[in-house]
Each structure stands twice: as structure tokens, then as C-alpha cells.
Ligand binder design. Structure first.
Ligand code: NA7
Length: 535
């Protein structure tokens, strides 16, 4: 895999999604020999795989696009305030074309292993095809929600109808008209799917284990005048995203919940109910996700809204979360979701009352009875944040396996480096600032690029974080996450997936001090000549 003394690649990027595409662009700019390996047959990552009906942003489209190219900002026309998957996929293809990224991307190429080779100070990569490549620097841009997980229900393979996980949706789509459909899961993906297919299905049964607090998306089309205005305001919009903790246009209201009169509180929440996007989650009272009493009040408001929308009080109660407060898990944004349960052809099955026993050739059997379906949809989510790493056999110095090193939770420096894994850099790794995705991914990619520029300019063969840097950062992230209600509840955001062994308990998986603080910390590390990195 070496030509003379030259490694085949200076840098390899794994993944050609939102982060990977930009990473490739930046590394190429450094004049490096770069290649991106991508499992899919085209660019887009999340927006390539998730073709299920109704898939769309919960981030304002005009805050989600890349900001690195003024020309791109000028050229691209968003169609809706919250863009649907097909349009977003077109956008990412447009980006790939515009910057001629495809020539350095190898598609249909899953990286199955990456091993550090001390002798050459390089990474050896193994593709699913058996092909091997070597590279000085390895950058993972493998996504946060890319490792889809099927439930571990007996009989899954015996079903004779059509079935699939929402992330593995067939390119040609699935025809729902008049069909009997069962769907397992009620996360953000299921909510989008359910409210969309309910319009055409013959009959729909939703199997719910944990209800979520959903809030209206309030999406609308973008008129040409609005798009002109958005373009004119891009500097202002991007500046706003830089100052809020989660890089949305929504930032917390400085007031505390109980400081405000009940009337003003109600009026504020009513306003948020009609506000497009994540206002109620990201723009609520500042103590909503810290103070239990405040959170209970916000939950009461949301519960009232569900009761108002769902006609059958028994169904409404089932749809109201009892074990976690408002916003403690990622809030699915909905467009007519609750109203679906007023349709005579939609049934909600609480699997806590009547557990699913098995998938049968004809449908799904719960402890109560068997239901027959033409189609079963698994909206069962992901092994988030670390799952995509666990699925690649990654080994560092002394053949230490990353999966083993992280068995008690991820250990990183800035969410970028792992000690004992030289020249291994994670774009959007665990314990980095994870929020409005492209906003945070752009920063992550630029920081990773800075390190590689630093190393190549100095001709460094090897750069890695000290163990003390990793300990310090990991402890800092864990300490920051204490007292945040979101970190106490099991969800993908705390690395819980009940279908995956060893991922049953909530852990602090994200930097929760707000993205501005994260950037400040990382900027300082760079300004001080990459303190705590050894090279
Ligand atoms: P989520 O939010 O992790 O949702 C997965 C859902 O699947 C959730 O309701 C699970 O219930 C349910 N699930 C999983 N396994 C089972 C079994 N065996 N039986 C019943 N129900 C089950 O994933 P999404 O894809 O919706 O969303 C992930 C993120 O992607 C989303 O937040 C956006 O940011 C994009 P549970 O809650 O575990 O009881």
C-alpha cells in the first residue's frame, strides 16, 4: 500500500455526509492527497439514507446550510422553512457538484477496519471489499445518527409482507394507499412518518413504548421575497446562530419560569406553540431544563395541548409522557401528528400494556392478539454518537481497540482526539458540541483542518492527545453535564438504546456547556499551539 516512501493518502475522510463533504473540501484546499470513503452510492449521509415519508429538518433550512461559501449562500434557494429530505439531498448534491467533490469520493465503500501502524506512522484501512489503503491522517465524519438499530423481537425475519427500518428506506419508495401498516417506535422519525402516511394508509397501528413530547413545527413555504430577505440577512442569521447555546436562531429566554406571572407564562408558551421550529425547546425560560418545578409547569402546558387535540381521552393520556419531563429528550416537531389519532383508521397500541411477543409471517403478535399487516415499519432509531465507531474495527497503539477503550463511555480530548490513537481525528466526535448540525459540523471540520494544517506545515508524522488532556476534557464534560435534566433520561442523546448491549444506562455524551463556550475552549487550544497534543 505504499509507493516508495509515499503513503497512498495524506488524509482519508470516512463519510460523505454533511461533515464529510466539507472536510474533504477543506483538506483538499491544503493540497493534500485526500480521499473520502462512503458506504452509500451517493453523497448526503443522513439525507441520503433517510428517505422515509415526511423526513425533513427541524432546523430552519436557512440555518442548516453551509456558510463557508458566500456564493453558495447566494445561489441556493430553500423551498421551505424546514426543508424536506428530497430537497436537502439535492442541496448536498449541488454542493458536491459545485466544488467537484465527487472525484475524490469512493462510493459503495464501507470502511470495516482501521489499524494504526507504528512502523510507518500511518493508518491502514480495510474496506468491506477487502481492499486496503493507507493514510497519514484519518478523519471520521461518520455521523451521530448513522448506525441504525433494529429491535430484537423474535421472528423478525419471518414476516412475509414488506418491512424496513426508516433509515433503510427503498429508493423507489413504498406504496401505502389502502395498505394495513404497523409501525414500531414514536421518536422524531416515527412522528414524521406517521403524520405523513396516515393520509393514505388503509389502516395504521402505532406500537408505542415511550411517548415523546411533540410540539408544532409550523412549517411553511418560502416565497421568493422571503428568500431575498433571508439572503440579505445571512450575516445576521449566522451571527445569531453563533451566539446561542445550540446554534439555532432560538436561544433561552433569560427569565426564570417562576419569576413570571401565570398569565405571562401562559401567553409566552402560547406564542412558542405558534413559533416555527425549536423555540419551545431552545427558546424557553432559562431554567426549563435545569429546574424540576419549572420543567413540571412546561410539561403541564404541553400535556394540556395534547389533551386539546386528541378526542379520545384514553388515547390522549397514553400519548402524554409520564416518565420524563418536557424537553428532557429531543422534542419531535410535528405537523398534524396528534390529530392522526382522531382518524378512525389509526390505532395506538401501548406495548407496556400489551407487549410485542413476536413478529409473525402475517404481522405482529402482542400479549393480547395478532394483528395482520401488509407493511411493517421499524422507526426504532440508532445506536447514536458512538455506535458508528463501534461498527468499525478501530485499533490504535499496541492494538488497543477503540470500542474497548470506550466501553465505560467515550473518552476524548475536545471530542476530536483519543489518547493512544495518533493522527486519528473525529469530526463531530462524542463529547464535542453537538447542536444544529451543520453549524457545529462546520466548526468541527475547521478545527480538525487546523490541526492537520499545523502538522503538515511542520512535517509532523504523528500527533495525538496526551492521556491527561483526555482525562481533563472528559471530566470537564461530565462535570458540565451534571444537573442538566436532559442527561438524566434515557434517549439517543444520552447514548441509550435498549436494543444494544451495554447501552442501557444514560451517559453524558455531549458537551453541554453551550457551543460558544466549546468554541472558545477549542480556539484557545489552537491559539496556544495545540496545547496538550504531543507531536
Ligand atoms: P429514537 O428517537 O431513538 O426513537 C426510536 C423509537 O423506537 C423510540 O420510540 C423507541 O422506544 C422505539 N423502539 C425501539 N425499540 C423498540 C421495541 N423493541 N419496541 C417498541 N419500541 C421500540 O429514533 P428516531 O429515528 O425517531 O430519531 C432519532 C433522531 O434522528 C431524532 O431525534 C432526530 O434528531 C433525527 P423507547 O423510547 O426506547 O421506549
Amino acid at each position: 500500500t505504499q509507493t516508495g516512501n509515499r503513503l497512498e493518502f495524506d488524509a482519508v475522510v470516512i463519510g460523505a455526509g454533511v461533515a464529510g463533504l466539507y472536510q474533504l473540501y477543506r483538506l483538499r484546499e491544503l493540497g493534500l492527497r485526500v480521499r473520502a470513503f462512503e458506504t452509500g452510492s451517493a453523497v448526503g449521509g443522513t439525507w441520503y439514507w433517510n428517505r422515509y415519508p415526511g423526513a425533513r429538518f427541524d432546523s430552519e433550512s436557512w440555518t442548516y446550510g453551509y456558510s463557508f461559501s458566500k456564493e453558495l449562500l447566494e445561489e441556493w434557494e430553500w423551498e421551505e422553512h424546514f426543508s424536506a429530505q428530497p430537497h436537502t439531498e439535492r442541496y448536498l448534491n449541488y454542493v458536491a457538484d459545485k466544488f467537484e467533490l465527487r472525484r475524490d469520493i469512493q462510493f459503495n465503500s464501507r470502511v470495516v477496519a482501521a489499524h494504526w501502524r507504528e512502523e510507518t506512522s500511518s493508518w491502514e484501512l480495510v474496506l468491506e471489499s477487502g481492499a486496503r489503503h493507507s493514510t497519514r491522517f484519518l478523519v471520521t465524519a461518520i455521523g451521530v445518527l448513522s448506525a441504525a438499530v433494529m429491535p430484537t423481537i423474535p421472528g423478525i425475519d419471518s414476516f412475509t409482507g414488506q418491512s424496513c427500518h426508516t433509515q433503510r428506506w427503498p429508493k423507489d419508495g413504498i406504496e401505502f394507499a389502502g395498505k394495513r401498516v404497523g409501525i414500531i417506535g414514536t421518536g422524531a422519525t416515527a412522528v414524521q412518518t406517521i403524520q405523513t402516511i396516515a393520509k393514505t394508509v388503509g389502516h395504521l397501528t402505532v406500537f408505542q413504548r415511550t411517548p415523546n413530547w411533540c410540539f408544532p413545527l409550523n412549517n411553511s413555504k418560502i416565497t421568493p421575497e422571503e428568500m431575498r430577505d433571508i439572503r440579505a440577512r445571512y450575516p445576521e442569521i449566522l451571527a445569531r446562530c453563533r451566539e446561542t447555546p445550540s446554534c439555532y436562531v432560538h436561544g433561552p429566554d433569560p427569565r426564570k419560569t417562576l419569576e413570571v406571572t401565570p398569565e405571562d407564562r401562559e401567553a409566552f408558551w402560547e406564542k412558542l406553540y405558534r413559533t416555527p421550529g425549536f423555540g419551545q425547546w431552545q427558546g424557553n425560560f432559562s431554567d426549563m431544563l435545569i429546574d424540576r418545578e419549572a420543567n413540571a409547569l412546561a410539561s403541564e402546558f404541553a400535556a394540556r395541548k395534547i389533551r386539546e387535540r386528541v378526542n379520545d381521552p384514553v388515547v390522549a393520556e397514553k400519548l402524554i409522557p409520564k416518565n420524563h419531563g418536557f424537553g428532557m429528550r429531543r422534542i419531535p416537531l410535528e405537523s398534524g401528528y396528534y390529530d392522526v389519532y382522531n382518524q378512525p383508521n389509526v390505532e395506538l397500541v401501548d406495548v407496556n400494556e400489551t407487549p410485542i411477543e413476536r413478529i409473525t409471517p402475517r404481522g405482529i403478535r402482542t400479549s393480547e392478539r395478532e394483528r395482520e399487516f401488509d407493511i411493517i415499519i421499524y422507526a426504532t432509531g440508532f445506536d447514536a454518537i458512538t455506535g458508528a465507531f463501534d461498527r468499525i474495527d478501530i485499533s490504535g497503539v499496541d492494538n488497543v481497540r477503540l470500542k474497548e477503550a470506550w466501553k465505560d463511555g467515550p473518552q476524548t480530548y475536545l471530542g476530536v482526539f483519543v489518547s493512544g490513537f495518533p493522527n486519528f481525528l473525529m469530526a463531530m466526535g462524542p463529547h464535542a458540541g453537538l447542536s444544529n448540525y451543520t453549524r457545529t459540523a462546520e466548526y468541527s471540520v475547521e478545527w480538525v483542518t487546523g490541526v492537520i494544517r499545523f502538522a503538515t506545515e511542520r512535517g509532523l508524522k504523528r500527533i495525538e492527545a496526551t492521556p491527561s488532556a483526555v482525562n481533563e476534557w472528559t471530566s470537564h464534560v461530565l462535570a458540565l453535564g451534571q444537573g442538566q435534566l436532559m442527561n438524566e433520561v434515557g434517549s439517543w442523546m444520552t447514548g441509550v438504546n435498549r436494543n444494544v448491549e451495554g447501552k442501557q444506562k444514560p451517559r453524558i455524551m455531549r458537551y453541554s456547556g453551550g457551543h460558544p463556550a466549546y468554541r472558545q475552549y477549542c480556539d484557545a487550544v489552537a491559539a496556544e499551539g495545540y496545547r496538550k497534543l504531543i507531536y
